[in-house]
Design a protein. Structure first.
Ligand code: AMP
Ligand code: GLY
Length: 422
């Protein structure tokens, strides 16, 4: 079959890499892809949010299955558009993607279906929001309602910061229309983990557990990023936590979406805060995590096409995923300056020495080919991912490859997995 992957980050490289292992897949296309993906698939220069361009490509190339990486095309309705033209596509409908596209919707949904999450209030009027935050205890968390590329969440440690955040989001429209509505939420303490599952509307099939490292620098210091590294499994996600997350969060969410008339088909990713054995939902995403997907797919031993097709056909109860028992870790190598401004176009050296093996894979994110050389083309550039007999060996394997690779301004965290190893 011909498969089309939408996106061009490390997550999409991992999806393409996993598809490449399937006997059922003959050809893979990716829009727009990156320099690493180009070695496994045909990259086509169509932006991941150019819905009509993507649709025309899929129609004229007789694509059998499309897999969507990022949230933007999902929230914009790519799944509805493809289905209208009879094309098979994996992901939630525009309506169901509101679980990521609108934090206000999700808070209301959680209240309705008793899904544990931080107490919150939603505001569309800035003066009402200001009055509320003045009397709210600190810290508190202010979130723009819509998509803001992961930047729309501000943790406020004083009332002044909270008032400033409201002005930036609601008055100055720092995140555009995403900030017309804000959610003000209690601050939750605990340990974060990612709980990622595939859903077919009625069934929820959880993947192995994983954990992201959001802060830019070692010891969780510095600004929040899209993710500087990941491990799987996540030690904090015990069997008992898995049971609670399924019973208290994932299954009620799937049932709730059916009740709302918008069954959820696709990847449901719960960002969790876990304290004293009790998981609470920080947010839902409607797509795979990045870099969690890199560690998860490194460990997946089943055919990923069966998983996507099981979700689309409503037969996930018949799909079983087999996981490599060995843990995996991923170290993200980023451009100096990320997550703020950074330069692109730096020549990456050492990739020829960092040859992929059964145990280590260098997933590309922001890279492109320029005059035969691989150069940086984004904030997160590579995700060096490795398996090991235990997590510390997996991290050792990953860092051994990281040390071979270099470019002007490269930086990465040196402590990925350290908390989990203990
Ligand atoms: P979100 O995009 O909602 O997951 O928020 C991004 C990050 O902000 C999360 O990964 C957490 O580190 C942090 N965060 C979000 N909501 C809360 C909360 N209610 N309490 C504490 N931290 C939060
Ligand atoms: N790694 C966090 C995310 O994908 O949202």
């Amino acid at each position: 079959m011909k498969v089309f992957v939408i996106g061009g980050g490390g997550r999409e490289h991992a999806i393409v890499w996993s598809l490449k292992k399937s006997d059922r897949v003959k050809e893979i296309y990716c829009a727009p892809g990156n320099a690493g993906i180009a070695r496994l698939a045909k990259c086509v220069p169509i932006d991941a949010v150019d819905l009509s361009g993507l649709l025309n490509f899929a129609k004229s190339n007789h694509i059998d299955l499309t897999v969507v990486g990022p949230e933007m095309p999902l929230v914009a309705g790519i799944v509805d558009a493809f289905k209208k033209h009879g094309l098979k596509i994996y992901g939630p409908s525009r309506e169901a993607a509101a679980l990521e596209g609108s934090k206000a919707f999700t808070k209301e949904f959680c209240a309705e279906y008793n899904i544990p999450s931080a107490a919150s209030q939603t505001f569309s009027d800035i003066e009402a929001a200001k009055r509320y935050v003045k009397s709210h205890e600190i810290p508190m968390v202010i979130k723009a309602d819509g998509l803001a590329s992961g930047k729309g969440v501000i943790i406020c440690n004083s009332h002044e910061e909270a008032l400033k955040a409201l002005e930036e989001i609601m008055r100055d429209k720092k995140f555009g229309t995403a900030g017309g509505v804000v959610v003000v939420e209690d601050f939750l303490e605990g340990e974060e983990a990612s709980f990622i599952a595939v859903c077919d509307g009625n069934h929820v099939l959880p993947l192995a557990s994983s954990q992201d490292h959001k802060a830019a620098f070692d010891f969780d210091k510095g600004p929040n990023t899209g993710g500087m590294g990941a491990v799987s499994p996540a030690g904090v996600v015990t069997d008992e936590i898995v049971r609670k997350v399924m019973e208290e969060i994932m299954l009620p969410a799937a049932r709730g979406m059916v009740t709302c008339g918008m069954p959820f088909v696709g990847t449901l990713y719960a960002g969790l805060m876990i304290k004293d054995g009790a998981p609470k939902l920080l947010e839902f995403n409607v797509r795979f995590g990045d870099p969690e997907t890199q560690v998860l797919l490194m460990r997946l031993r089943s055919d990923i096409v069966d998983v996507f097709e099981g979700a689309i056909s409503g037969n996930l109860d018949k799909v079983h995923m087999v996981w490599d028992k060995r843990p995996a870790g991923c170290v993200v190598m980023a451009s100096g300056g990320y997550p703020s401004s950074y330069e692109k176009g730096k020549v990456i050296s050492g990739l020829d020495d960092a040859i992929d093996s059964d145990e280590t894979v260098v997933f590309h994110a922001g890279t492109k080919l320029l005059d035969g050389k691989t150069v940086t083309d984004g904030g997160r550039v590579l995700g060096v991912t490795a398996l090991g007999d235990d997590l510390s060996l997996a991290m050792k394997n990953a860092y051994a490859v990281v040390e071979k690779i270099n470019w002007d301004g490269v930086y990465y965290r040196k402590d990925i997995g350290r908390k989990a190893v203990g």
